[in-house]
Design a protein around this ligand. Sequence first.
Ligand code: ASP
Ligand code: MG
Length: 410
Amino acid sequence: MALIVQKYGGSSVADPDKIANVANRVLKGYMDGHRMVVVLSAMQGETDRLINLAREMGDPPDPRELDVILATGEQVTVSLFSMFLKAEGVHTTSLLGHQACIYTDKAYGRARIVGIDASRIKELLKKGRIVTVAGFQGVDEVGNITTLGRGGSDTTAVAVAAALKADLCEIYTDVEGVFTTDPRVCKQAQLLPKISYDEMLEMASLGAKVLEIRSVGFAKHYNVHLRVRSTFSEHPGTLVCPEDEEMEAIPVSGVAFSTQEARVSITGVPDRPGIAARFFEAVAQANIVVDLIIQNSSVDGRADITFTVPKGDLLRTLEIVQQVGKEVGTREILSDEHIAKVSIVGVGMRNNAGVASRMFAALSQAGINIMMISTSEIKISCVIEDKFTELAVRVLHDAFGLDQPRVGKG
Ligand code: ASP
Ligand code: MG
């Protein structure tokens, strides 16, 4: 008999029939003798609808009141779900964030969980109940309702699983698990039976949307075994877990891509201590997150700096850089929105030589020029022209043998 936390996303609870389907899945686990805690998202589209509704009262809406309205999406699904189970004669209790004692800081709209008092959930489980917890929401120290940021129900599920020391946390969604790359871009994409926390963190930050990134960090920190699987099939999905030898033998586990960034180049920057700091401090002060940075070696005491920022922050970045550029004296400031970042990820990169050269060779054979490169221990990213994104993904997927079905046990 295990303690299992199951989280169902918005598409799994999109209407009453789907909620009934979820309830039957949960019931199956319960009948098998497991203790079941269920975390639910709002119905698909509901959170967006509530945001738009709030905007009609003035844009941007007041952050505190926005969290009050957003929390109602999950309140609806946990109550409907519990009504269905009760009508079937099953003992169940729904809990909102504050009732489940999910404590957060007071950063409305992007609150962090600071602690969970799991004693009420434990007590209900002891009484043989199925416990249903509203995802995405918590309460701050003075009782204000907070929300965790978009996709935050994944984090609720993992945090509740950690607090309960659950045996497993299953994240149910509308895809079968984590794939080697986006199956919409590359038909040969394969389902991964398992992936390490670090690889999943990289994949999530590089644009793979199957799990919210904060939940993966949480899972790693508390060693929660996560399984990502589909609500609409019996496939076991993908296990997200600590690294093992089998994973280390494979140099590349997946290919990720993003077209959400833009490139800024500053040419003729005076090559003296403190100049780069001037630019990047000013950008950071505006809360703009810089991703890749390269600086070429200087000629005649002047260098070029190129970096990427989220597309939505490009205009503000250019204003800032132009201002600092005037103060320190530069030649030109250029920008390019037509870029993409393609990345390969794998813990096996650490002890397999030649991974980078294979990546560059594969791109060059396809006639794709590399504009920027960045690496970490388990990732290599290249910035290319965005019109080549899909081609690059397919070429890299093929070059690293990812088209072959994975056999390892998840
Ligand atoms: N309902 C929230 C959202 O749409 C939280 C979640 O679904 O995880 O972002
Ligand atoms: Mg989600």
